[in-house]
Structure formats: structure tokens, C-alpha cells
Ligand binder design. Structure first.
Ligand code: SAM
Length: 302
């Protein structure tokens, strides 16, 4: 008896996986960078998968994109020039451009096929952001862009694929890379990066934290549940200016009001405060991470 759907199995570790019922494959292609699949899932609607890892789904992507973008954008007094590395489906760019302070949002993604296929088959994710006059899309390796960049930015948002061995993002989680990021970040600037699963790759999360802290001096980690990832997802920031964790709910709501951003689906002052409630043992483990370098990068378990 046919189920009417097939199972897509995403591994979190070699011994733990999440199964997604898939009704159909909309697009599937091996680009020069990675395997790109866009599928219709039963539970989450249309879903972008890169190298076998769920990136975004139409149903719950705002959990991730609002959690990644707004804590640092709200903490910064006046973010005008923003750099996004990765973010190919456009959700991060969409959320950055909601801030009226933004004059220029440069998005650097290594794979034009992710942008093109997402715009065509999952337009809800970018929501028109690619057509915004303030948006500038560069196709290329984020690390090479940063190392050659003469511009300066108020906020940098790292939304690249997980650190996987041989993956395209593996050298964008190292001390050398963060040192080059620090060079293009203005005084008072803040950098944030997705930092893998707090639960299934705690050591990788802690290593990203320690590595960012070793370069910026002041760093913080936070988390949110992302249903389609079937995990609590981690984020790490490094700051040369305000500390997002120091903002209270009233301060966050005041800044959201100032910028006309009250109607977000996931993020507000109360949510902001909850993001920083890491379990005690996770907070302790943050200290136990090592510093990732180009010669010894950090990787997720699978
Ligand atoms: N939410 C996802 C996550 O947490 O893993 C990330 C989403 S986004 C689709 C990841 C993007 O990173 C992809 O579009 C991919 O092409 C891009 N990417 C990977 N390595 C890169 C690199 N070295 N430079 C620039 N973009 C890169």
C-alpha cells in the first residue's frame, strides 16, 4: 500500500535522525557547489535542502530568520550598512531590510543556483527582498569577499551552511575568518552567526562561541527551537559595541516600535529574553569549547 509520500531522513548524528514525509520533488540539482533539493513536505510545506540538510521551510523559517537577525539589529543603535554571508533563499535579507535604518544590505552567497531556485520555487522566503534598491547580491565565496573587502559594516550576519567536512562553509567558522571579519566591522559593530544545534552538536556550538570570543573579546550565545530542524538551534554573536543579551524586553519593544517592527511573527521583547535562557550545563559547556582554526576547523557530527 503506497503511503502517498516518501520519507526524507535527515541525520543529526550517526545514530539519530528526523524523518520528513515528502509529497513531491519540485527541483533537484547538483550545482558546482552542493546538492540542491526543493521538495513539498507534508508537515512544513515547501522545503529547501542543501547537501541533505534542511535549510528553510515555508511553514517555520521565520523562527530561524527572526532569531538570527533581530537581536543584533535591534541592539545596534543605527545599523545602516549590513553584510550577509550566505542566506541564499533570501529570508535573512528580508528580515534585515525591515529595519528602516538600513541603507545598504550586501548579501554574498557562493551559489547562484540556490538564489535562482529559491526565488522561483519558494518566493515567500525572500518576499521581494532581492528587488529592494538597498539590496546588493554578490555571487562568490564569503571568505574571499571579506578578505578582499575595503567596505565597512555595522552588522555582519553569517547565514552559511553548517560546518561540514568538505562543505562549502567549513572555513567560515575559524579564528582566521573571524579576524578578517573584525577588520571590516565598524566600531560599535556586531557579528552574529548560526552556530548549529545546541543539543546534537553542543561541542561545535561551544567551539564557535569560544572562537568568536577569542577574536571579539565579548561574545554571547543564544538559542531557539526550530521545528523543521527538530532541534534547539544555536546562534553566537561577537560585539565591538552593545551587547544584545543586555537588552531588556521593554528596551527591545521600544526599539521595535521606533522602527515600525511590532508585527513580527516570532520576535519581540519577551521572545528576546527567552532566547538567552541556555540550560546551565550548556552555559558551562560553552567554556569547554576549543578555538577552531583553518588547520583544525570545527565540524558537526554528520
Ligand atoms: N539556515 C541555514 C542553516 O542554518 O544552515 C542556512 C541557510 S542558507 C541556504 C545557507 C547558504 O550558505 C547557501 O545558500 C549556501 O550557498 C551558502 N554558502 C555556503 N558556503 C558559503 C561560502 N563559503 N560563501 C558564501 N555562501 C556560502
Amino acid at each position: 500500500m503506497s503511503l502517498g509520500w516518501k520519507w526524507f531522513v535527515e541525520y543529526q548524528t550517526p545514530h539519530s535522525a528526523h524523518m520528513h514525509g515528502i509529497k513531491g520533488i519540485v527541483y533537484s540539482r547538483k550545482s558546482r557547489v552542493q546538492n540542491i533539493d526543493i521538495v513539498d513536505s507534508c508537515e512544513y510545506g515547501r522545503m529547501l535542502i542543501l547537501d541533505g540538510k534542511v535549510q528553510s521551510t515555508v511553514r517555520d523559517e521565520y523562527f530561524y530568520h527572526e532569531a538570527l537577525v533581530h537581536p543584533v539589529m535591534v541592539a545596534h543603535e543605527k545599523p545602516e550598512d549590513v553584510l550577509i554571508i550566505g542566506g541564499g533563499e533570501g529570508g535573512t535579507l528580508r528580515e534585515v531590510l525591515r529595519h528602516p535604518t538600513v541603507k545598504r544590505a550586501v548579501m554574498v552567497d557562493i551559489d547562484v543556483e540556490v538564489i535562482k531556485s529559491s526565488r522561483r520555487f519558494m518566493p515567500e522566503l525572500s518576499g521581494g527582498a532581492f528587488d529592494d534598491d538597498r539590496a546588493e547580491v554578490v555571487i562568490g565565496d564569503g571568505r574571499r569577499f571579506v578578505e578582499g573587502c575595503r567596505g565597512r559594516f555595522d552588522v555582519v550576519i553569517m547565514d552559511v551552511t553548517d560546518p561540514l567536512e568538505e562543505g562549502p562553509g567549513q572555513f567560515l567558522y575559524t579564528r582566521e575568518f573571524y579576524e578578517s571579519l573584525a577588520r571590516i566591522l565598524r566600531d560599535g559593530g556586531i557579528v552574529v552567526t548560526q552556530a548549529t544545534s545546541v543539543y546534537y552538536s553542543t561541542y561545535c556550538f561551544a567551539t564557535i562561541y569560544r572562537t568568536v570570543e577569542s577574536v571579539f573579546g565579548r561574545a554571547g550565545g543564544y538559542q531557539t527551537w526550530v521545528p523543521a530542524y527538530d532541534s534547539v538551534w544555536g546562534f553566537v554573536y561577537g560585539t565591538k559595541g552593545p551587547d544584545p543579551e543586555a537588552m531588556d524586553p521593554e528596551g527591545v519593544n521600544e526599539r521595535l516600535r521606533e522602527r515600525g517592527l511590532q508585527g513580527l511573527r516570532f520576535y519581540d521583547g519577551a521572545t528576546h529574553q527567552s532566547l538567552f535562557m541556555l540550560a546551565r550545563e550548556v552555559r558551562e559547556q560553552l567554556r569547554a569549547g576549543r578555538i577552531a582554526t583553518d588547520s583544525c576547523p570545527t565540524f558537526m557530527p554528520i
